[in-house]
Design a protein around this ligand. Structure first.
Ligand code: HEC
Length: 335
């Protein structure tokens, strides 16, 4: 058994009690009126525009996916761990069957069933359906996905990797479980709103090779920016829930499930400037920080079910890239 020191399961039974939770609730309460105003404005854009949504057609040749390569991409995503309801059901939660409540300032969104079950999962999806969902945040029926599903990052994944990932997911056990609608007030519960959100906050990523950089750096960039979606948790968000491009990876007080996600730029004082490359690799393998502390919450899960299964060269590539990003001063503490 590896990574036994990682505590990934947090109980959600009972009311939240800690100062972190209280501070978070107060922040969320403060945010809602501002966010509501912003989203009502968005609706004004979304309603007329919805009718004209020209969904580009995805052309994917039906080649068979490679399971081993798919397992590697699966590890790079953090094992799609948000799709397993560990907090609600403990270690016995059916893997990837969804139903996990992800708390956001807009409401609680439940992850979906991504097992190959034909009725409630992805069993009937074609490769093109899968590629479109990951790249454009659109369901096979053309509905917009809520951006709690990080297609903003996954849009940078290459066709080949997406096809391999789909093949890998299809090889796992099917679980029958219906998806749950969000517990979010209108208009945050309305998928059409997301069309407006996408206009403001979503440009599909294109991660081209940078010839001036090493192959390792390019690999690290691809993993961090697309598959491993580090910024979805570690980059703070704007009022409308988009990623704040001026503070890339500089930490967020409103991370996933309301957690605090630290500054992971190489800033000496407020980031992880003092971590060496081997420190980072060790952390992504074990969840242990240089000073010996372990990791809590979702980060421990993405490590345990994902990053720790990556080959050493991928972890080294992530560390090389992460040490090269712009150091940004942003002190993240619980207020
Ligand atoms: C699902 C959300 C999520 C994703 C994805 C994620 N992180 Fe984290 N990360 C967190 C949270 C939350 C913490 C705080 C953990 C704690 O409190 O122990 C954290 C902690 C860390 C830390 C410890 C920093 C410190 O100062 O203690 C590092 C380093 C880190 N993450 C790097 C990464 C890298 C690199 C990636 C992508 C390969 C990544 N994270 C992806 C949520 C995430």
């Amino acid at each position: 058994m590896k990574t036994s020191r990682i505590h990934s399961v947090r109980s959600t039974a009972g009311a939240p009690v800690g100062p972190r939770e209280r501070a978070r609730e107060a922040r969320i309460a403060k945010c809602i009126p501002r966010l509501a105003t912003a989203l009502v404005l968005l609706l004004l854009i979304a309603v007329p525009a919805q009718a004209e949504d020209p969904s580009p057609v995805v052309h994917t040749s039906a080649t068979a996916g490679d399971l081993e390569a798919g397992a590697r991409i699966f590890a790079a995503t953090g094992g799609c761990t948000c799709h397993t309801n560990y907090p609600g059901e403990g270690e016995g939660a059916p893997p990837l069957a969804g139903g996990r409540g992800l708390e956001t300032p807009f409401g609680v969104y439940y992850s979906t069933n991504i097992t190959p079950d034909r009725e409630t999962g992805l069993g009937e999806w074609s490769q093109a359906d899968f590629v479109r969902a990951m790249r454009e945040g659109l369901s096979p029926e053309g509905d917009h996905y809520f951006p709690v599903f990080p297609y903003t990052a996954f849009s940078g994944l290459r066709d080949r990797d997406l096809i391999d990932l789909k093949a890998y997911l299809d090889s796992l056990p099917a679980v029958r479980r219906q998806n749950r609608p969000p517990d979010a007030p209108f208009p945050f519960s309305w998928r059409a709103t997301i069309f407006g959100w996408k206009i403001m906050n979503f440009t599909p990523k294109q991660i081209d090779e940078q010839p001036s950089q090493s192959a390792e750096w390019n690999r690290g960039r691809y993993l961090v920016e697309a598959a491993a979606h580090c910024g979805e948790c570690h980059t703070p968000r704007t009022l409308t829930g988009g990623l704040d491009g001026s503070k890339r990876l500089a930490g967020s007080r409103e991370g996933p499930e309301g957690e605090l996600a630290p500054n992971i730029t190489p800033h000496e004082k407020t980031g992880i400037g003092s971590w060496s490359r081997p420190d980072l690799v060790w952390y992504l393998q074990t969840g242990l920080k240089p000073e010996g502390d372990d990791t809590q919450g979702l980060m421990s899960e993405v490590i345990e079910h994902g990053y720790s299964n990556l080959p050493k060269e991928d972890l080294a590539a992530i560390a090389i890239y992460l040490r090269s990003v712009e150091p940004i001063e942003n002190h993240i503490t619980i207020d």
